[in-house]
Design a protein around this ligand. Structure first.
Ligand code: SAM
Length: 244
C-alpha cells in the first residue's frame, strides 16, 4: 500500500467511503506544495473519529476531494491536563504551544498575570500552531487553545476537582519531585507557569491559600517560561499521564 506523505486535520466527519472536501489552503498545500495526484494517499484526523487513510479523488487548483478508505488508528485523546501559562515573547509562546501539543495536553489556556504583557498574544495564530503540531506529531486530537483570561477570573471560576501543579520559582533549589499526595491524585489536572517576571506577592498568596494547588520546584536553576512548561509537563506526564 502506498505510504501517505501528508497528515491533515479536517473538521468534516470521517468514515468508510466518506468524501472530504478540501479548503483552498489545504488543496494548495496538497496539490501545489506536496504535488499529490489523484489516487495518492493522505492521513486525516478530526479529533472525533481517529485517524483515517484517504485517497485523492479530485485535485483542483482551488479545491479538491478526498475519499476515506480505512481507519488507521483509533481516537487517542490526551490526558486531562490543562496548560495554564503567561504568554511571553512571540516565538517562545509559539514554542510553548507546539511543545504542549507534542508532550500531550488537553487544553492550552493563556493567562494574564500581574507581570504579563497581553499584547503578545494572537489566539488564531496559536490555534494554527496547535493544528500544525498535532498534524506533525501523530496526535488524533488538537488540544483546545482558549482565549486569554486573567488569573483572578480563572481562579474565581475554577472547576471543582481539578488540581493545579504550580511551578513556583521561589522553590528553586528544592527537589523537583511530585509529593506522594500529588502522585496519588490521578484525574483532572492543570499546570501553571508564570511569566518572565514571575508571580506577584498577591498572586502567590492567593495560590498558596487554595487547597487544590500543589507548588513544585523545577530544580536548582531558574528556567525560562518555555523551558519550565516543557519540564513541568514532562514531570507530570512521567508520573500521572499517558507516559506512565
Ligand atoms: N523572574 C523570576 C525569578 O527570577 O524568580 C523567574 C520567572 S521564570 C523565568 C518563569 C516561570 O517559570 C516562573 O514563574 C515559574 O512558573 C517557572 N519556573 C522557572 N524556573 C523554575 C524553577 N526552578 N522551579 C519552579 N518554577 C520555575
Amino acid at each position: 500500500m502506498q505510504e501517505a506523505k501528508v497528515r491533515l486535520y479536517v473538521e468534516q466527519p470521517l468514515g468508510p467511503g466518506q468524501p472530504v472536501t478540501l479548503e483552498r489552503e489545504q488543496a494548495h498545500y496538497l496539490f501545489n506544495v506536496m504535488r499529490l495526484q489523484p489516487g495518492d494517499a493522505v492521513l486525516l484526523f478530526n479529533g472525533r473519529e481517529g485517524e483515517w487513510r484517504a485517497s485523492v479523488e479530485d485535485a483542483g487548483k482551488r479545491g479538491g476531494t478526498l475519499a476515506c478508505t480505512e481507519r488507521t488508528r483509533p481516537l487517542q485523546p490526551p490526558p486531562d491536563l490543562w496548560l495554564l501559562f503567561a504568554p511571553v515573547k512571540k516565538a517562545r509562546t509559539d514554542f510553548i504551544v507546539e511543545k504542549a501539543v507534542e508532550l500531550g495536553v488537553a487544553r492550552i489556556q493563556p493567562v494574564q498575570t500581574a507581570h504579563t504583557n497581553s499584547e503578545r498574544i494572537r489566539p488564531d495564530r496559536l490555534r494554527a500552531h496547535a493544528v500544525e503540531a498535532a498534524e506533525q506529531c501523530g496526535a488524533t486530537v488538537v488540544p483546545e487553545v482558549a482565549d486569554l483570561v486573567s488569573l483572578d477570573r480563572l481562579l474565581s471560576n475554577w472547576p471543582d476537582g481539578r488540581r493545579i501543579l504550580w511551578a513556583d520559582e521561589s522553590r528553586v533549589g528544592a527537589p523537583a519531585v511530585l509529593t506522594k499526595a500529588a502522585r496519588a491524585g490521578r484525574g483532572s489536572w492543570a499546570i501553571l507557569i508564570g511569566p518572565e517576571g514571575g508571580f506577584s506577592q498577591a498572586e502567590r498568596a492567593r495560590l498558596l491559600a487554595r487547597a487544590e494547588v500543589t507548588p513544585i520546584s523545577l530544580g536548582p536553576r531558574i528556567l525560562r517560561a518555555d523551558t519550565a512548561a516543557v519540564a513541568a509537563i514532562t514531570l507530570w506526564q512521567a508520573h500521572l499521564g499517558d507516559w506512565a
